[in-house]
Design a binder for this molecule. Structure first.
Ligand SMILES: [Zn+2]
Ligand SMILES: [Zn+2]
Length: 371
């Protein structure tokens, strides 16, 4: 795909950052904790929204491919409901969860944000899952995502939400990258990603590994294992599942940058969006996430039922494969909520730590039982 080759060219130049680009210090969001300049971990200045009106250069090959993909996915969705064997549906669901985690626990929380560390067996699992997801190699994904945080809502943000819902959802993949993105991208340090041999291997052989993991095996396995038809296997387990998780991921960039409360920082677009969290395994607590991006939970509370990725990481922490998870203290969160929040900071549910005793006493409860 065009965006792949373009990304490739770009990353070659990014591999060894030359001198810092002139405007590289114009950050518009914290990326790592070391970027924070205030005691409550914000930038020294309030972030801005910026987008110039430079003309869009369409990448027609991507437009045609994504149009086909979405039509095929609608057909796949129909087959999922009315034609495929139940084993194929379960398999497609498993691939959705696995590829989702390859993005959320892998490319996002582990590689882009370094919010925890993982031993090689977990990195291998996550790289495999990530390859099923086909959202470019984890190194390229993490690079784009670091730009998204550091230069959030400016022309150097790959899916600048200031350009509207469609652009931040899919439109950014249908046009040439903004020159600002390439220019400022030169200053980004990716040495930690390139020092991982598993990630280097994935990137080097991506054009062999990705088609196998995302399309070929998901089609062949149902046919040979439970005698599914070729058409059901291809349209359901490959195309429908792939397009579904793509759109779920994009919703974090579009819907979660548009709709929802901003209890942590009202000066930015990212918002707390529960529906996105449900489908994206905990990535919809986006106002919190852009406020404190190095928190491995990407949310204030960890084991929330809408945060499956955190549960996944916590499970691997128990067996020692995930460790050194970073989070943010309650005091700092409170300080930040008071200073920059929109006043919507609310309880997560019954009996949470902030739930005042008077409120608990005053609530009407039907068939109450405390256990
Ligand atoms: Zn975002
Ligand atoms: Zn992020």
């Amino acid at each position: 795909m065009d965006f792949l080759s373009e990304i490739d060219n770009c990353s070659e130049r990014l591999r060894k950052p030359e001198k810092m680009a002139p405007n590289v210090t114009e950050e518009n969001g914290v990326l790592f904790e070391s970027d924070a300049a205030t005691p409550d971990l914000a930038l020294a200045r309030t972030p801005v929204e910026q987008a110039d009106d430079s003309p869009r250069v369409y990448v027609w090959r991507n437009i045609i491919l994504f149009a086909y993909l979405h039509l095929a996915a609608i057909y796949g969705g129909y087959l999922f409901l009315f034609s495929a064997k139940w084993q194929t549906d379960v398999f497609a669901y498993f691939l959705y969860v696995a590829s989702g985690l390859g993005i959320t626990a892998g490319a996002h929380r582990l590689w882009a944000h370094k919010s925890y560390k993982a031993k090689w067996p977990l990195r291998l699992i996550l790289t495999t899952f990530n390859t099923i997801a086909f959202q470019d190699s984890a190194i390229d994904w993490a690079r784009d995502h670091r730009m998204h945080h550091k230069y959030s809502e400016t022309d150097a943000d790959p899916h600048n939400a200031t350009r509207g819902f469609f652009f931040s959802h899919i439109g950014w993949l249908l046009v040439r990258k903004h020159p600002e993105l390439k220019r400022k991208g030169k200053g980004l340090d990716l040495s930690d990603l390139y020092s991982d041999p598993i990630l280097r291997f994935q990137k080097k052989y991506y054009m062999i590994l990705m088609p196998l993991a995302c399309f070929v095996l998901p089609t062949v396995i149902p046919v040979y294992m439970w005698k599914e038809t070729w058409s059901n296997a291809f349209f359901v387990a490959a195309l429908f599942r792939y397009t579904f998780i793509l759109n779920v991921t994009w919703l974090v960039n579009s819907a979660a940058h548009k709709w929802g409360d901003k209890p942590y920082d009202k000066s930015i677009k990212p918002s707390e969006n529960m529906s996105v969290s449900l489908f994206a395994f905990g990535e919809g607590f986006h106002n919190y996430h852009h406020t404190f991006p190095w928190d491995y939970k990407t949310a204030e509370l960890g084991n929330h039922r809408l945060n499956f990725t955190t549960k996944f990481i916590n499970f691997f922490a128990k067996i020692g494969w995930a460790y050194d998870m970073k989070t943010v203290s309650e005091e700092i969160v409170q300080q930040r909520v008071k200073r920059t929040g929109d006043g919507s900071h609310h309880l997560w549910g019954w009996g949470d730590k902030d739930h005042a005793q008077e409120e608990i006493n005053a609530a009407i409860r039907i068939n109450p039982k405390d256990d």
